[in-house]
Design a protein around this ligand. Structure first.
Ligand code: PGA
Length: 264
């Protein structure tokens, strides 16, 4: 894992947007894996700015979102379809047919999940998978105990995640119990991952993910096994890391060509 420390969420989000924009410029027909939640909102905001002011072109980009609530229609205000259109897609020139989000109303869920996996493969696989991390260590909606080789499937949310996500609904009772999510195996197949975590509420789980053992109890820890994962965290989220000085040292001493990949 590459650990990138940034002073705050705004700088961290700009760094992540820069990494995504660089991919889009170098490979216009790239495949992006996208995440929802509070964490990536500023990153999407920055991508919209780059589209408007710098001509960042999404016309050939294909996207696959990590997850969706079972039982919510795409136009439900709390669905991840709505989230993505509201916070990114409607502001850029992406082609709707190149947007993929699991369908929470799928009649045959196992078949829909298999088709989602097939489509990711048919598109050549995901170039960059953006990720947040849940307070319980989930990535996508792979809650603790998820198989580390799982594929897209239905999952049951933990009480904690229901509580955490209730701010997007009128009450916790309205949060669906079930979700469709890419599996940890699906995420591990991505060519690279960029995980963002900001704020003190993420400090403990970030330390477990980065410095703890690989365990299904902390699904994000599976990324220790991933070939190319960047963990982008702010000062607050880095508060419980024991090797923070070392991560800073590594960054300060990177060869210039490596730093340019991140900073340009
Ligand atoms: P958050 O959620 O960005 O709203 O903190 C992260 C997640 O659950 O993956």
């Amino acid at each position: 894992m590459e650990i990138l420390l940034r002073p705050d969420a705004a700088v961290g989000s700009r760094t992540a947007a820069g990494v995504v924009a660089r991919l889009i410029r170098e490979k216009p027909a790239c495949v992006l894996g996208l995440a929802t939640g509070r964490t990536p909102m500023s990153l999407y905001h920055e991508l919209i700015r780059m589209h408007r002011e710098e001509g960042l072109d999404f016309s050939q980009v294909t996207t696959f979102n990590l997850d969706e609530y079972v039982g919510l229609a795409p136009d439900h205000p709390a669905s991840y379809h709505s989230f993505m259109w509201e916070y990114l897609f409607k502001h850029v020139n992406i082609k709707p047919l190149q947007v993929n989000i699991p369908n929470g109303l799928a009649k045959n869920i196992p078949e829909h999940c298999r088709e989602y996996e097939d489509k990711i493969r048919a598109c050549g696989g995901i170039d960059i998978q953006l990720l947040g991390i849940g307070g319980d260590g989930h990535i996508g909606f792979n809650e603790p105990c998820s198989s580390l080789s799982s594929r897209t499937r239905i999952k049951t949310l933990t009480r904690r995640t229901i509580q955490d996500n209730s701010t997007f609904f009128d009450s916790a009772e309205q949060v669906p119990l079930h979700v469709l999510t890419m599996g940890i195996g699906t995420i591990m197949d991505s060519r690279s991952c960029v995980l963002l975590a900001f704020g003190t509420r993420k400090a403990e789980i970030v330390a477990k993910m980065v410095e703890g053992p690989i365990s299904a109890m902390v699904p994000a820890s599976a990324l220790q096994w991933h070939e190319k994962t960047t963990v982008l965290i702010d000062e607050e989220a880095s508060g419980k890391l024991t090797r923070k000085d070392y991560y800073q040292w590594v960054y300060q001493n990177k060869p210039a060509w490596q730093t340019a990949e991140i900073e340009s």
